[in-house]
Design a protein around this ligand. Structure first.
Ligand SMILES: Cc1cc2nc3c(=O)[nH]c(=O)nc-3n(C[C@H](O)[C@H](O)[C@H](O)COP(=O)(O)OP(=O)(O)OC[C@H]3O[C@@H](n4cnc5c(N)ncnc54)[C@H](O)[C@@H]3O)c2cc1C
Length: 483
């Protein structure tokens, strides 16, 4: 296994559980145990520490995590992976090398990053940015996707003056233009200077250190810290040098294996499947689970269908959630209900299709977002008038179906890992009675962490309805982890 990131670690964990007789060497270039990359901007903000990035680690004694070991070559003739620490033999090689952060190729950044300029991909990047905030007053963040916005909010939370520079509108891939305007209002209210529709001409560098960002319209923005959040590119070099087919990513078939050498597979951000490259953790975890099952049971890969798009911002002082269909992507038979309240920097939008909620976009309404996301894709759950779905925030009672008690067992609680209420109840019955132990046994809460409050609510309900004293060996403490 090359790459001990979020997907590589999950694959090793799954394979260790399903096939404990298989030896796995998990080679990771970074000097750390696998960690939750998705939460790095929370580390920059100072809202979590290193312990808050902990991922469940492979439980099998046959999985050896080799932190700080970089694969430099795949020798396919000898079936070994070459590293500075020696060769690692394989019967099956799984590549989960992830992605690199993109750097905009403008003057000032073409010969490598000057001091004060950072990308946000690795734990070291996040720690360096957090350290730089101690002596800096002005930062510029280039890129206004989720990563750019989260970083801008994190830096602002640290007390740094921030300018967020976007090529178009904020979160343009995820939000319609009008909704993006509400998010921009929220950013401005946090004290962030927002510049949209901007083109970067160059980055000013003085004595090897960033000092400004120059825009094509002539404006110059002073910067002591520059963060580039301009997307990522799959890490394909190792595969390409081994003669494997690469395009945007490492090209694999429906079985997640490369055509040139079926003993080599690729999953996660580095892989280009029939659906393209993903860049998100949930599809990578689905691939990890499917490939581990296929290898353990010697059967074909059984990939679940790709879930609809979902984005939940983890930004200090801002709440943005969008899942599924939006107003602009709704079809002729869809019904769109919008509560637009720009002066309160709030926008709530739902899309229904027949008797099913198929889209939710909530800006500035976190509780309603949490409620509505549990109602998605559940046929027959709509009230006669869908406007009643939006009433939880206006002093009216939250609809009964939001309660852990009445919520159907099939409700998806953790969207990153596809964990339902039924899965949590089953794990509770097996003795997992804390957020941590439920995370270990079901993996709920181990992705973006957005479901942690809901999992806590389900625990509270189970403690009353099915007290843990009934379960031998139960871990009674109920603590909510920091992520
Ligand atoms: C700050 C941030 C926030 C994010 N937020 C979200 C989010 O909210 N939701 C979401 O779905 N996704 C999010 N993502 C994307 C998500 O983190 C990735 O989709 C996920 O990490 C992919 O996992 P992976 O294992 O494929 O790659 P990675 O997690 O990048 O891991 C790849 C690992 O392989 C190692 N490696 C590479 N080459 C070698 C080599 N030759 N030898 C040894 N090791 C090697 C790398 O060092 C790295 O540790 C975020 C990403 C970042 C950076």
């Amino acid at each position: 296994m090359v790459g001990a990131g979020m997907v590589g670690n999950r694959f090793a964990d799954e394979l260790g559980r399903l096939a404990p007789h298989i030896d796995v060497d998990l080679l990771g270039e970074e000097a750390y145990e696998p960690y939750n990359r998705v939460m790095l901007t929370e580390l920059i903000a100072g809202r979590i520490d290193l312990a808050g990035l902990t991922l469940p680690t492979p439980d099998s004694g046959r999985v050896r995590v080799r932190a700080g070991v970089r694969a430099t070559e795949i020798d396919r003739d000898r079936r070994v992976v070459v590293t500075a620490d020696g060769d690692f033999a394989y019967d099956i090689l799984v590549l989960a090398t992830g992605a690199h952060a993109r750097v905009v190729p403008v003057p000032g950044l073409r010969d490598g990053l000057p001091r004060g300029a950072y990308v946000v991909r690795r734990l070291d990047d996040a720690r360096d940015i957090a350290a730089a905030t101690l002596n800096a007053h002005r930062a510029v963040v280039i890129g206004a996707g989720p990563l750019g916005l989260e970083t801008a909010c994190a830096l602002r939370h640290r007390g740094v003056g921030v300018t967020l520079v976007a090529a178009s509108t904020l979160l343009s891939r995820d939000l319609d233009v009008e909704v993006a305007g509400v998010v921009a209002d929220q950013a401005v209210a946090l004290g962030i200077d927002v510049v949209t529709e901007a083109e970067i001409a160059s980055v000013g560098v003085r004595e090897g250190r960033v000092d400004a960002v120059h825009l094509a319209n002539g404006r110059s923005i002073p910067a002591e810290i520059l963060v580039l959040a301009c997307g990522s590119a799959p890490a394909t070099t190792l595969a390409a040098e081994a003669g494997l087919e690469t395009n945007v990513g490492i090209v694999v078939g429906a079985d997640l294996r490369t055509a040139v050498d079926p003993s080599i597979c690729a999953i996660g951000d580095c892989a280009e499947t029939l659906a393209g490259v993903s860049g998100l953790v949930a599809p990578g975890w689905a691939q990890a689970r499917a490939l581990a099952g296929s290898i353990a049971h010697d059967r074909r890969v059984d990939l679940p269908p790709v879930a609809g798009s979902a984005m939940r911002l983890k930004a200090v002082g801002m709440s943005v959630v969008t899942i599924g269909v939006r107003a602009s992507t709704a079809g002729p038979i869809d019904r769109v209900v919008v509560l637009a309240d720009r002066s309160a920097r709030r926008h709530i939008e739902i899309v229904t299709r027949g008797d099913t909620l198929v889209g939710v976009t909530c800006v500035g309404a976190p509780d309603l977002a949490a409620h509505l996301s549990t109602q998605l894709d559940r046929p027959g759950m709509l009230p006669a008038d869908p406007i009643h779905l939006l009433m939880g925030t206006s002093g009216m009672p939250v609809p009964e179906s939001n309660s852990p008690t009445t919520m159907p067992m099939s409700t998806t609680v953790c969207r990153c890992n596809g964990v339902t209420k039924g899965d949590l109840v089953h794990a509770w019955d097996e003795g997992a009675t804390t957020v941590e132990s439920l995370a270990t046994s079901t993996l709920a809460t181990t992705g973006c962490g957005g479901c942690t409050k809901l999992v806590g609510g389900i625990i509270d309900w189970l403690r009353v309805s099915d007290p843990p004293s009934q379960h031998e060996g139960s871990d009674r403490e109920t603590t909510v982890p920091q992520w």
